[in-house]
Write a protein that binds this ligand. Structure first.
Ligand code: MG
Length: 252
């Protein structure tokens, strides 16, 4: 019996040792045996996906004051009836950027792929959220639309397919809740610790602490500076009329 307990202890020790998320976030390395009372910031949670009291509101249905285009000009995406919709242009890169830069975050956003899109594959309801402008969480109409596993809706583009396909039909609102731990870099720019991404789509876990070692786009460099810890969020224009609402973020 003693042996059995010993073996179980070893197994538990190994499991927690290898959990990729353990060393991130709010780990308390200097735990006291009795925690002090009333030392944690109290916030007011939101009802039904509405932002909690400490969130930064990026889009509440009214305007794009918190956003810019890459060249610093005012974005021309359409805001109507509380909904933000992509404005395609001939460059195919009419993306919008948050004015504020972020490191570790919790992000909530709601999106809807157009019912009218008759295309297939990667051309059906394509947009995306680039965390730090580098790591795309794909948005695509993946409801009964076959495409590459790791480029479908919910994928960390070209790196990780979602654990399941939790997509709703086009024309229905869906949501992402994303938890991101930014990568850390050494002074000379080499990767110190990789980024981590956890994603819920429509309340379903689709990535569990996925480890990110390089950007998801064409530019794969990881030769960043230590000062690159914070970067803007980027929402992608991919020629399709994808809509958004209720976008909020919390710095962690
Ligand atoms: Mg995309």
């Amino acid at each position: 019996m003693k042996n059995k307990y010993f073996q179980m202890s070893i197994v538990l020790l190994l499991v927690f040792s290898f959990n990729p998320c353990i060393s991130y976030g709010q780990s308390e390395t200097n735990k006291t045996k009795v925690a002090p009372v009333n030392q944690i910031l109290q916030i007011i949670p939101g009802e039904a996906n509405q932002p909690p009291s400490d969130a930064i509101i990026l889009f509440d249905g009214s305007d794009l004051n918190n956003w810019t285009k890459k060249d610093g000009t005012v974005p021309d995406w359409v805001v109507q009836n509380g909904v933000l919709t992509v404005m395609p242009d001939s460059t195919g890169r009419n993306d919008i950027y948050t004015k504020q830069e972020f490191g570790d975050i919790q992000l909530h956003l709601e999106f809807k792929c157009p019912e009218t899109d008759q295309d297939t594959g990667q051309h059906k309801g394509n947009s995306g959220v680039f965390i730090q402008g580098r790591y795309e969480i794909q948005i695509l109409d993946s409801y009964e639309n076959s495409t590459y596993r790791n480029r479908q809706c919910g994928s960390i583009y070209n790196q990780y397919a979602p654990l399941v396909n939790a997509c709703k039909k086009p024309g229905e609102w869906q949501f992402y809740d994303i938890i991101f731990t930014a990568p850390r870099f050494n002074i000379e720019g080499s990767l110190k610790t990789p980024g981590k991404i956890t994603v819920f789509q429509n309340g379903v876990l689709i990535h569990n602490c996925a480890e990110i070692r390089e950007p998801t786009g064409d530019v794969r460099t990881t030769n960043y500076k230590e000062s690159d810890l914070k970067q803007p969020l980027v929402f992608q224009e991919h020629s399709d009329l994808v809509s958004f609402r209720n976008i909020w973020i919390r710095e962690l």
